[in-house]
Design a protein around this ligand. Structure first.
Ligand SMILES: Nc1ncnc2c1ncn2[C@@H]1O[C@H](COP(=O)(O)OP(=O)(O)O)[C@@H](O)[C@H]1O
Ligand SMILES: N[C@@H](CC(=O)OP(=O)(O)O)C(=O)O
Length: 824
């Protein structure tokens, strides 16, 4: 048995392949064919019915013409010599459809039986034409009307098949058929009195399974447009991959929870009769595709599949009174069964007091009114809360044969969803232990499918980065990512993907990941747009939907705290080298940190003090472990450290500053360093880690160079040159006194509340033996004198400035988030 889906017969190229495949297999042994409507014909027919109901007959007939044109074009391409005859055939077949649409437009009513009749024309046309085309290509074939073979009840739209009568008819028919290949329309059937019914969307697979069973076929091949059944819908999850071999049980579970590949009932006849099912790609017929049989995979490779069923509604029913007299679950399900509403999932609380039911969204209102009637008395006595309907929602299910044996499957499933901020509205685990289902909002479908799929199928943790700034730090970060990406993925299981890059005026974003080679030049090509922070907010909405989203702030810009807040509120982590948001007035800084905490996201800023040196984390650990910090002394400015060393070596001030700037040691605006403001900010960040509610105005600050009169960076350099001699003299005085000029910060928590400043920042002449005396180049140091480290202060020392080291610190912060998520 071969079944060809709409995707296989939608274009001449594919149809040609179908005719060839059938020809080849028909020569090898008896073969039967089931075919679906061409391309999207079924959707078009639904549109036509809708337009006619609205009274738009012209629109409805135009749709009918579109369907006819597609069929004629396909037929003409395959059998040019018979184009006219086949076109007439198509028109003849569709004439009753036009009459039907006419009728609907007059009555403005399209009942379920009428809708099924309208829908049947898609399959009728494609099966009739396929039989003709096969015959024209020397594979004798005959159209066999499924409506005379498949007997159903009268649940139009989702009819139930009378299996016994259907099997009898198929067996009897087979006796009368000749050697020609029978070509049957999928999806359609009829009631015992001959009224056309349909089996539900994607029902052709079910037709194929039933016909295979009735005719005694050994195998069913479903030909489609993908290389088999994938671990998830490949349209939603780009990383999904085809599964080679599944058990019938897994196939049944996937079908039951709504994997679009398989109609819910397809597996049953196959299991009953031990028929294997293959899913293959029409355009790649050599590829083995997916095999679903009684045995399943023998090589122990058992992928976990994610199925998504969309366009559903969740009905919530809650009993107020604690009592078991309602038998809520039984009554609700019986009422819905009676009303012929399909129930995709139910979840009942352990005490039976609340119940969630998932139904097709188009049936939601009907289901609600059925339940309101069923529970009318209880509702009027206010024993049951008013029914809640949430829609549209998606049923997301993890299916794996070995799930029952795995540890922490549910934990991984739900924490993956939680990590990307997806709310689980209801959940259920079947007794089979083969599946775990949950209901999520429709808007979360893609992100939920991608994250859960990755959590179970991918060896690596995906991380999505939105990088702000491409200056000294941002540029280096991109270079390091380029260099480390492959190693991090292959050796450490972390796949870092830069999805966004922005500077102060432009932004680039691609959810699939930006190619890092040449990305800066591409950003340059974007039309500038300002103000930046506001235009970035919509991109955060896209970022939050990606796995482990992190906003990486490599700028030194002010005012980004609003963007951080927006990020935190969307469940996005922030890694920042930017000190400014941390130097805001105490309350604003607290509010920012608190927003991150409340939204359970990380805000890492190790590089804001002494670049990549482990200062913040060291201090946080001292505090967390109950040590008391008595004094912090530090040389926190790599640039001022460098400048002091240059001055000591006899270099004039203005030249020393220029070199520091060129080497990337200073802030973009060197006045921030030379005024001492940058050091004051860093000292403030450290003091606040101790819980001291201080602000920048509390810092006793003596600048290294007064920068007040300089309106611009250029004028500042002019002023600097006039001070070269004074600074040379100052250094000489220090040398004379046996000291070295340094710019230090001192934090003394014991001064808190005394009126004396806790934080002092300024130039100091230090004597030999002081930890700052022999600092080289741009080296920084921070020393913590604590209760536990009282005799020998805990000292952190090393390169404390520069693009490359800062970027490596930023990368380390990013990795810290990724590793925590992997539980390492
Ligand atoms: N788990 C899955 N594996 C493969 N394809 C899937 C899966 N889930 C959804 N799909 C989608 O189903 C499509 C094929 O289904 P369908 O449109 O019904 O094809 P056909 O017309 O051939 O029956 C694929 O193109 C793919 O986008
Ligand atoms: N044409 C019907 C039946 C079907 O199964 O089609 P396909 O094989 O293209 O999924 C539908 O669209 O629902």
């Amino acid at each position: 048995m071969m079944k060809f889906g709409g995707t296989s017969v939608g274009s001449p190229t594919r149809l040609r392949q179908v005719v060839e495949l059938i020809g080849k297999h028909a020569r090898q042994g008896p073969l039967a064919v089931v075919v679906s409507a061409m391309g999207d014909t079924t959707d078009w027919l639904l549109d036509a019915a809708h337009l006619a109901t609205e009274g738009d007959l012209e629109g409805a007939l135009a749709v009918a013409t579109r369907i006819a044109d597609l069929a004629k074009a396909n037929a003409a391409a395959l059998a040019p010599g018979q184009a006219t005859a086949l076109a007439e055939r198509v028109d003849g077949l569709l004439a009753p459809l036009r009459q039907l649409l006419h009728g609907v437009s007059l009555t403005r009513e399209c009942s379920a039986p009428t809708r099924d009749r309208v829908l049947s024309f898609g399959e009728l046309v494609s099966a009739t034409l396929l039989a003709e085309l096969l015959t024209a290509h020397r594979t004798p074939a005959t159209f066999r009307d499924a409506r005379q073979l498949l007997v159903t009840d009268d649940r139009f739209g989702a009819a139930r098949v009378d299996l016994v009568r259907t099997r009898e008819r198929l067996q009897a028919a087979r006796e009368t058929w000749g050697v020609e290949v029978p070509v049957l329309p999928g999806f359609i059937a009829a009631t015992p009195d001959g009224r056309t019914t349909t089996l539900g969307r994607n029902g052709s697979d079910y037709t194929a399974a039933l016909v295979a069973q009735g005719l005694g076929a050994s195998e069913v091949t479903v030909w489609t447009d993908v290389l088999g059944l994938h671990t998830a819908d490949p349209e939603l999850v780009t990383d999904a991959y085809p599964v080679a071999h599944l058990t019938h049980g897994e196939g049944l579970e996937l079908a039951a929870v709504g994997a679009r590949m398989l109609h819910p009932r397809t597996m049953i006849p196959l299991i009953e009769s031990g028929i294997s099912l293959r899913i293959r790609n029409t355009m790649e017929p050599e590829h083995p595709g997916t095999l679903i049989d009684a045995i399943g995979s023998r090589d122990g490779q058992r992928p976990a599949c994610i199925a998504t069923r969309e366009d559903l509604a969740l009905l919530g029913i809650e009993v107020r009174k604690l009592s078991d007299q309602f038998q809520l679950g039984e009554r609700v399900l019986a009422a819905l069964r009676e009303a012929r509403v399909t129930v995709w999932m139910t979840a009942q609380s352990a005490n039976g007091q609340s119940l969630a039911v998932v139904v097709p969204r188009p049936d939601a209102e009907h289901a609600r009114s059925v339940l309101v009637t069923e529970l009318a008395q209880e509702l009027s006595r206010r024993e049951v809360e008013p029914l809640e309907v949430r829609q549209p929602v998606t049923l997301l299910t993890l299916v794996a044969e070995t799930m029952g044996h795995g540890v922490n499957v549910a934990g991984r499933f739900f924490s993956a969803l939680g990590a990307v901020g997806v709310n689980v509205r209801a959940s259920a685990q079947g007794a089979s232990s083969r599946s775990l289902s949950c209901v999520v909002d429709a808007a979360d479908t893609a992100v939920a499918a991608r994250t859960t799929h990755a959590a179970f199928n991918l060896a690596h943790q995906q991380v999505s980065l939105f990088v702000l700034g491409r200056g000294t730090v941002g540029g280096q970060l991109l270079a390091q990512l380029r260099a480390q990406q492959a190693l991090l993925r292959d050796r450490h299981g972390i796949a870092l993907r830069v999805v966004g890059l922005a500077d102060s005026k432009r932004a680039l974003f691609d959810a699939a990941g930006l190619t890092l080679d040449g990305v800066e030049a591409r950003l340059e090509g974007v039309t500038p747009e300002a103000p930046q922070a506001r235009t970035l907010v919509p991109l955060l909405d896209a970022l939050r939907r990606l796995p482990v989203p992190i906003l990486v702030d490599c700028t030194a810009a002010g005012g980004l705290e609003a963007l951080y807040t927006e990020a935190f509120q969307r469940g996005i982590h922030v890694v920042a080298a930017n000190k400014k948001p941390l130097a805001l007035p105490w309350e604003a800084r607290e509010a920012l940190v608190d927003t991150a905490r409340r939204n359970h996201v990380a805000y890492h800023y190790e590089t804001t003090v002494a670049s990549s040196l482990p200062v913040i984390d060291t201090l946080a650990n001292l505090v967390r472990t109950g040590d008391t910090v008595r004094l912090i002394t530090a040389s926190l400015s790599g640039s001022l450290g460098f400048i002091c060393n240059e001055l000591t070596a006899g270099v004039p001030l203005s030249r020393a500053v220029r070199t520091a700037r060129e080497r990337g040691f200073t802030e973009p605006d060197p006045r921030e360093d030379l005024s001492g403001t940058d050091v004051a900010r860093k000292a403030l960040i450290l003091a606040r880690e101790l819980g001291l509610p201080l602000s920048l105005s509390d810092v006793a600050l003596e600048p290294f160079v007064a920068t007040d009169e300089c309106a611009s960076v250029d004028s500042f350099f002019q002023v600097l040159a006039t001070q070269d001699a004074a600074y040379a003299e100052r250094v000489a005085r220090c040398r004379h006194a046996g000291t070295v000029l340094r710019y230090l910060a001192r934090i003394d928590p014991s001064k808190a509340g005394t009126g004396s400043p806790v934080i002092r920042v300024g130039p100091v002449g230090v004597e030999a033996g002081h930890p700052a005396a022999d600092l080289r180049g741009s080296e920084s140091f921070v020393s913590f004198t604590t209760t536990r480290h009282s005799d020998f202060p805990l000292t952190v020392r090393g390169a404390g400035a520069g693009g490359a080291v800062t970027a490596s610190g930023v990368l380390a912060d990013i990795l810290r988030i990724s590793q925590t998520l992997r539980g390492r």
